[in-house]
Design a protein around this ligand. Structure first.
Ligand SMILES: Cc1cc2nc3c(=O)[nH]c(=O)nc-3n(C[C@H](O)[C@H](O)[C@H](O)COP(=O)(O)OP(=O)(O)OC[C@H]3O[C@@H](n4cnc5c(N)ncnc54)[C@H](O)[C@@H]3O)c2cc1C
Length: 406
């Protein structure tokens, strides 16, 4: 029999995180008001307070093993936690499980040498520093094989040169994981990962790029690496393993985004349902109108499908099964329904939805980027279709490319 019951320990953490979000993160968000998008003194004070609260509730670092001061949840447990966290933009920060640090911590644990773990993972896990992941360049985003940043061997290390673009959190990061070319163009084994300290004279953050949605903390930055010298010990993982390691990082990181988006969409639907019940026009509550009922029903259907997709993909990752097709499908679907659900909720609220008095206009601005980062929808569709065609070419049903369920 298929069992949709959560294991008791995950159900317990879910309750605790839901309470943390309801009693600490959402009130902190309301307290900050418009400052929730401004990384200033007030913002930092609130995050520190939330972190102290998370530690007291034994929820800090839910994604890390206990020996790194964490709760020790796997992908399935994190799916549940991240869905709860999505309801408030401050919740993941409070738990020290926010992008891009969460993905970087996983990657360090996966590929880091013991000295690298002490030097980089230790302060990240203690919430003392932030980090960033520097892959994209102006001339190469969707297609990473076009990356032009190079790392050339030097006497006792490497010299990195190149420009990076849209690096989230770079203005506040203590270090970056940089993707650089160490081999021939067009070859997947041509890339390696390097740990670069932000105080390296060869690393400079040129500017925080102005964007449509929330950019804090640390902005989305343009970065230049100019004759950036690093030691041999800066190489993360094997030489030439950068592309493969980036995929190791991106699979679960994409899913973590999906989970948070489900939390955002759920909060938007909660607000929409509440408004539909209380707002009257032409002598009738909005909830009585068929159009509004369709909006609520479609949002509920899409959220249900999203949860099932995300939980199934998390289950595959947890079991060590192949998961890329399922994660790509979830990434496309959840990022697109997020935009739809938030848009409907905003429309249902009319002028109030468009105002800064509710979080919906911020959700709307932030949601737009979800269809671009961690692979645009069109690129994931290209990969998904390739797997459908591969299954068909091999003479089998295409069912194996549709989630592989019974
Ligand atoms: C908010 C945000 C945060 C980000 N944070 C980071 C970060 O921390 N680190 C990092 O390294 N990068 C980051 N990025 C960059 C992100 O990974 C890239 O934006 C993404 O990979 C797409 O690359 P691009 O923007 O260069 O678009 P392009 O590659 O120029 O693509 C533009 C558009 O072309 C279309 N397209 C491209 N290829 C195909 C295809 N094969 N078939 C059909 N259509 C296609 C798609 O519609 C796509 O949106 C971030 C981006 C955003 C928006």
């Amino acid at each position: 029999m298929i069992d949709f019951e959560l294991p008791a320990e995950i159900a317990d953490v879910q309750k605790k995180v839901a309470a943390f979000v309801r009693d600490a993160a959402i009130p902190a968000e309301l307290e900050l008001g418009a400052d929730v998008e401004v990384e200033g003194e007030r913002f930092n004070e609130v995050i520190e307070r939330l972190r102290a609260e998370a530690k007291q509730r034994n929820l800090f670092n839910p994604h890390l093993p206990p020996e790194w001061g964490g709760v020790g949840l796997g992908p399935l447990g994190m799916a549940i936690v991240s869905q709860e966290c999505g309801a408030s933009s401050l919740a993941s920060l409070g738990l020290n499980a926010m992008a891009p640090d969460e993905g970087n911590m996983h990657l360090l644990l996966h590929a880091g040498a013991p000295e690298q773990l002490e030097r980089y993972l230790r302060p990240l896990s203690e919430g003392r520093v932030r980090s960033c992941f520097a892959m994209t360049e102006r001339a190469a985003g969707s297609d990473p094989l076009g990356l032009a940043t190079t790392a050339e061997p030097d006497d006792d290390g490497w010299v990195i040169n190149g420009d990076k673009w849209f690096i989230s959190g770079a203005a506040r990061a203590a270090f970056a994981i940089v993707v650089a070319r160490t081999g021939e163009a067009g070859d997947r084994d041509a890339f390696s990962l390097f740990l670069v300290d932000a105080d390296n004279p060869g690393w400079s953050v040129v500017r925080e790029i102005p964007v449509m949605g929330t950019a804090s903390p640390g902005g989305h930055c343009e970065v230049v690496l100019k004759d950036c010298r690093v030691g041999a010990d800066a190489l993360l993982g094997q030489l030439g393993s950068g592309y493969a390691l980036a995929q190791v990082r991106l699979g679960p990181a994409r899913l973590a985004h999906c989970m948070r988006w489900i939390g955002v969409a759920q909060r938007a639907l909660d607000l929409a349902a509440e408004r539909a019940l209380t707002r009257e026009t032409f002598g009738e509550p909005l909830a009585g109108r068929q159009t509004v009922q369709n909006w609520l029903a479609d949002s509920a259907i899409e959220l249900y499908a999203s949860r099932l997709m995300v939980l199934h993909a998390a289950y595959l990752i947890e079991r060590g099964d192949e998961y890329r097709q399922e994660v790509s499908m979830a990434k496309v679907y959840v990022s697109e329904i997020l935009n739809k659900i938030v848009d409907r909720a905003l429309q249902l609220h009319g002028s109030l939805g468009y105002s800064g008095d509710l979080p919906l206009e911020r959700f709307y601005r932030d949601a737009r980027a979800a269809r671009i980062y961690d692979g645009p929808s069109e690129v994931h569709r290209m990969v998904i279709a390739r797997n459908v065609l591969k299954a068909a070419t091999s003479g089998d049903s295409t069912k194996s490319a549709t989630g592989g369920l019974a």
